[in-house]
Design a protein around this ligand. Structure first.
Ligand code: SF4
Length: 997
């Protein structure tokens, strides 16, 4: 009537919340029968919870159902509370069972549960202790009375007067207000180094400060590692980050080993991460990005492994879409698609290999030959693993039950994954947990994706040990972990509001009002409320702070791990209250204001930590922060000497400072791309017949020579991006259109130019060519969904149709020449340009004859460029200019009469043409641009562009900095007139990047 059982199968968090509540009820010693009786007693509801009877009835019904199913299957399946209660019942029946233990002394933890108390009572201990924290609250007193009964003694406190600030904390932290307010109580006379409070801007700084503090303990105070504790509010992710920072060898080669109480998440260990990646990929139907992330970790047919970039090419270049939320079944296609693409590439490579060296087809194919060969090798290498992965994904889709599925996943992981060496052995840990579960029939009901989800959630709960307690290691743990321990130095971290203690959260299934009502009703019932949890966490902070015997540090951060801003925790203020430091004029505030807290407590702590950090930065990050803060920009702060030598080492600060100084100077130097004779040995295209430079490379060189250097010369390739699955991205779309146009004109160019059919017939034939090419293209490009495939097919047909119509309507009667006309193969074409010869090569989209001379055309698929009569641009027009300069040499010296771009537009003028004087101007300018390009290459000068707009979408911004173009503009403006730099500056102007055709 109240809970919604129908939501349980689909809403995991709902089921987990109910299971948690049932767990709480069980530890409180209640049973489903108790809940039913209580529901009857509260038949009309209670004030604060009118639906209480329904809640209780529903919880009881679900609890009984779960127990009946679980225990029928396996009577040994018991919760810890269930075990305690069963053991208590046995001991109550047969007290002699405890005899072998002899006299029992028990120390109860903070907030023991009813189940534990009942078990302890049945043990009849000779002595009983209860771990107590401060502050005292009524709920805690009630618990104490329940645990210890009326006769108990408070543990004796140290009666000596406090001598240090830490003694004051031990005595007065969270003490009763009247005691704190007592005028004659001892107070601090000022910081003595035993208690330090700090606040940092962010978590990284707080971690670095903790490392610095631990270093100081070890090196200056000679504190043994195991006597140092770092207390975190939550194990994850802070404990792992701290352990990594301590153990990093950036402290003069002296890592500090750490012990993490409770261990670290298994999924953070390399093997656990990989197993998780595999499970996620299976759960998401081998979604393409998940598959790309997994492939580099799979065993190949030969040695080595795929890089992430190769994996992306394999998946995207084989048209693999992978599962999508609407179509997970695509997971079944992976192996077939790869195998199909491998066969296609193999045929292509074999056919090409059989062609003669001077065969024009071989020349045309030479463009993608290297990439095709590499892709084929990558696919062939990963194919056996991909076949096994596809079979595994298919068994998930087929709904294989958990007991069968897990062994198959495990076998794949062991046989096909490049597993990082243990420890920890993630698969084994998960296997151990699953062995018992898999034996039950409930496990068989978990099938397919549900089973994978179960595996994932189970894996995510597993942890692996990091060090052992007692070893010489810095202790890292939560307040609960240090509750019974003592250390010489303790640092409590994350002391921010809402974190220690956490914000109160009521249980939505059984709210506080209902819990309090049940506690009142049933003797011995200790159901914890949200306030109890907050109190327990506060007690843990108290115990952590008082676990320090010599020094205590408390640190906070303004920005917490989740990015939220926080104020200092109440525990910080309480510590200040306990200390009662005097103000500047000797006055003492009972409760310091926020300003006093910062000035008298946090300020001195921060200043001391900053001083220590400046003297000896504990981590690379701290040192970098110091360097970044150096006022003079020349490293006034001392850094590790190793950072400065050798002076020209890649990461040497000396070298980086020299680069910064070069940028600041007025001269064009090495870091500006002016490499000079140093790079004389650099083999560059365009300067000799053996290697020509292409039209597209010339475009890049003239737009930004530095980009050309990074991309084409040094082969720094930006990370390949995820392709759109809904439409064909550029440059893939551009090359697809060119493929169709080439196929159409190669087969029908002559007949088309003779107008042997009507335009409608030609468009139908062009449609057929588009369909055929598109079908092939789908083997190498991923498009998700029939809708996307059809939309892109129509887009291709439409735009190819526009191009065909544009030629038909152009008014110039042509004699067909050729399409995709190659030049510069095998030997580059020597082109006379201003100042010398540039060697070029490439392909002209169309080259035909008209009565007035040659016609050169370039097909475009991007936005049509509006052009004013005299508007010629080196970046946009380098390509057509080059084709027009080269064309006469390919056609027996005939003159070019017209050079034009053709755009696929629905209506209007589709051409942007150069004729007559405009063409002459274009050719003159092109010779000038290419002459400049030759000079830049010959001088090994690769300046940054001076046009900041060109940097907007450039992947090399991280290399050049956001001010790369501005620096270049300043320097180029100062270059000597008529120098290559000044002439490059003269051709710089803002233009939009051209499309990739
Ligand atoms: S970021 Fe700008 S200056 Fe640097 S390579 Fe790219 S375009 Fe050139």
């Amino acid at each position: 009537a109240y809970l919604r059982p129908e939501r349980l199968p689909d809403t995991r968090s709902y089921a987990e919340a109910i299971a948690r509540t049932v767990g709480d009820l069980e530890t409180a010693g209640l049973s489903p029968a108790d809940l039913r009786v209580a529901a009857d007693a509260a038949s009309g509801g209670i004030d604060k919870d009118p639906v209480l009877p329904h809640r209780l009835q529903d919880i009881a019904a679900l609890w009984e159902a779960a127990d009946a199913q679980l225990l029928r299957e396996n009577p040994r399946l018991r919760s810890p509370a269930g075990l305690l209660l069963a053991a208590a019942a046995e001991l109550e029946r047969e007290p002699g069972l405890a005899a072998p233990f002899g006299d029992v002394f028990t120390l109860l933890p903070l907030q023991p549960t009813s189940a534990l108390l009942r078990f302890i009572a049945a043990l009849r201990p000779r002595a009983l202790g209860l771990l107590a924290g401060r502050p005292e609250r009524d709920s805690w007193r009630k618990l104490r009375d329940a645990a210890l009964g009326a006769a108990y003694e408070e543990a004796a406190e140290d009666g000596k007067p406090p001598r240090t600030e830490l003694d004051l904390v031990h005595r007065y932290l969270f003490a009763a207000p009247e005691e704190l307010a007592r005028r004659d109580r001892p107070r601090s006379s000022g910081p003595d180094g035993t208690v330090v409070l700090e606040q940092h801007p962010g978590v990284q700084q707080e971690i670095d400060a903790a490392v610095s503090w631990a270093m100081e303990e070890v090196t200056e105070r000679r504190t043994p590692l195991e006597a140092i504790a770092l207390v975190v509010p939550d194990r994850d992710p802070l404990a792992g980050l701290l352990a990594a920072a301590l153990e990093r060898a950036d402290k003069g080669g002296q890592p500090l080993p750490a012990y993490v109480a409770g261990g670290l998440p298994l999924t953070d260990a390399p093997g656990g991460t990989l197993l998780r990646q595999l499970l996620v990929a299976l759960h998401e139907g081998l979604e393409s990005e998940r598959t790309i992330a997994l492939l580099p970790h799979l065993r190949l047919g030969g040695p080595g492994h795929l890089s992430v970039a190769d994996a992306r090419k394999v998946v995207q270049g084989s048209g693999v879409v992978g599962g999508t939320p609407g179509n997970l079944a695509r997971a079944r296609e992976l192996a077939d698609r790869l195998s199909d693409r491998e066969a296609q590439l193999r045929t292509f490579l074999e056919e090409t290999g059989r062609l003669g060296e001077d065969d024009p087809e071989k020349v045309r194919r030479s463009r993608g030959l290297k990439d095709a060969s590499r892709l084929r090798e990558s696919i062939a290498a990963v194919l056996p693993a991909a076949e096994a992965l596809t079979a595994l994904a298919a068994s998930v889709l087929d709904g294989t039950p958990l007991p069968k599925l897990w062994p198959a996943v495990l076998a794949f992981y062991r046989d096909w994954c490049l597993i990082p060496p243990p420890p920890p052995d993630a698969a084994r840990s998960l296997d151990e947990v699953l062995r018992e579960v898999s034996a039950s029939s409930i496990a068989s009901k978990l099938r397919g994706r549900d089973a994978v989800e179960y595996l994932l959630s189970t894996l995510e709960t597993l942890r692996h040990p990091h060090g052992r307690h007692g070893e010489p290691r810095v202790f890292i743990g939560t307040g609960a972990d240090v509750a019974l321990l003592r250390f010489r130095a303790v640092r409590v971290m994350g002391a921010v509001e809402g974190v220690i203690p956490g914000a109160p959260r009521e249980d939505p299934i059984l709210p506080d009002a209902a819990r309090l009502w049940l506690n009142e009703r049933k003797p011995g019932c200790l159901l914890a409320t949200s306030a109890d949890r907050v109190l327990r966490e506060t007690h843990e902070v108290f115990l952590a702070a008082t676990a320090a015997s010599e020094r205590l540090a408390m640190s906070a951060t303004r920005q917490w791990v989740d990015g939220t801003e926080h104020e200092l925790a109440g525990a910080m203020l309480e510590t200040a209250v306990a200390l009662g430091r005097p103000g500047d004029g000797g006055e003492r505030e009972l409760v310091p204001s926020l300003g006093s807290l910062r000035r008298l407590y946090v300020g001195p702590g921060n200043a001391e930590r900053a001083r220590r950090e400046a003297e000896q930065p504990a981590t690379v990050r701290s040192a970098l922060r110091l360097v970044a803060r150096a006022d003079d920009g020349r490293g006034a702060h001392a850094v590790h000497p190793a950072w400065l030598v050798p002076a020209d080492a890649l990461l040497s600060l000396s070298r980086l400072r020299a680069i910064a100084a070069e940028r600041g100077s007025a001269e064009l130097l090495r870091s500006d791309g002016f490499l000079g004779p140093l790079a004389a040995g650099l083999a560059l295209p365009g300067l000799a017949a053996e290697r020509g430079i292409s039209a597209s490379a010339l475009g890049v060189l003239l737009a930004c020579p530095h980009r050309y250097l990074l991309d084409s010369v040094l082969s720094f390739k930006p990370r390949e991006e995820r392709l759109s699955l809904r439409e064909v991205d550029q440059p893939h779309y551009g090359s697809l259109v060119h493929r169709v146009v080439e196929r159409f004109f190669r087969a029908h160019g002559e007949a088309f130019c003779r107008r042997e059919r009507t335009l409608a017939e030609w468009r139908r034939i062009a449609d057929e060519a588009a369909d055929a090419c598109f079908l092939e293209f789908l083997r190498e490009y991923p498009l998700a969904g029939d809708g996307a495939v059809e939309a892109q097919r129509q887009r291709l047909r439409r735009e190819v149709g526009y191009l065909v119509r544009a030629e038909w309507d152009s008014g110039t009667r042509l004699t067909y020449g050729n399409v995709e006309v190659s030049f510069g193969y095998p030997a580059a074409v020597p082109l006379a340009v201003d100042g010398g010869t540039l060697h070029v090569q490439g392909f002209i989209d169309r080259l035909d004859r008209a009565t007035v001379g040659l016609v050169v055309r370039d097909f475009k698929t991007g936005k049509q460029k509006a052009r004013e009569e005299t508007d010629v641009d080196p970046v946009v027009d380098a390509q057509i200019g080059l084709y027009a300069l080269v064309a006469p040499g390919l056609m027996g010296g005939e003159k070019v009469a017209r050079a034009a771009y053709i755009y696929p537009v629905a209506v209007g003028d589709a051409e942007r043409a150069f004729e007559g004087a405009e063409l002459e101007d274009l050719l003159r300018r092109a010779r000038e641009w290419f002459g400049l390009a030759r000079e830049l290459l010959a001088a090994r000068s690769f300046p940054h562009t001076a046009d900041a707009k060109r940097c907007n979408y450039c992947a090399f911004q991280a290399v050049c900095g956001t001010d790369g173009a501005a620096v270049s503009q300043r320097k180029l403006a100062a270059a000597a007139p008529s120098s290559v730099a000044a002439r490059f500056a003269a051709i710089q102007r803002a233009t939009e990047a051209d499309d990739a055709d």
